[in-house]
Design a protein. Sequence first.
Length: 180
Amino acid sequence: MKAMETGRLLLRPFRRNDLDDFYEYARNPNVGPNAGWAPHQSREESERILKTFIEGDEVLAIVWKANSKVIGSIGLHDDNIRRNTEDVKMLGYVLSEDYWGRGITTEAAKAVIAYAFEELGLAMVTVHHYDNNLRSGRVIDKCGFHYEGKLRRAVKLFNGNIHDLLCYSMTREEWLMHNQ
């Protein structure tokens, strides 16, 4: 994915020197579980994952321009529910708890959604969240996604907890209608 800029954010590919910032938010026990992954237990674990971000083309760092700090990540991934469609991607994001409640994820998500439709030419962007992650649900609503439904007891997380998965989507036509 290419770098993007919003009023307060720089969305760019991760770099090796982002490790300290990445580990800082990834080890927080309130961050990873909302996205379905265990808090990082070591810098080495974060370094391995950061390497996959750098080598891949799915995830961007969310950089707070005011202090040049990496405060989260956002990306477009293959949708594991709609496996047979190449023109559909799933939005995923995570944000440092220190920056929650400021509209940052919504700002980043809107930029990535525009990129998905304008530059990648996708037909649909999907997004999911676990039933206990109400903050993510608010971001999804503010971005204009349409609720598709709930997959009950759909996901077993790293800690053994089972959650419902709430599913949303936005078509290119819907996005165009609201952004012209």
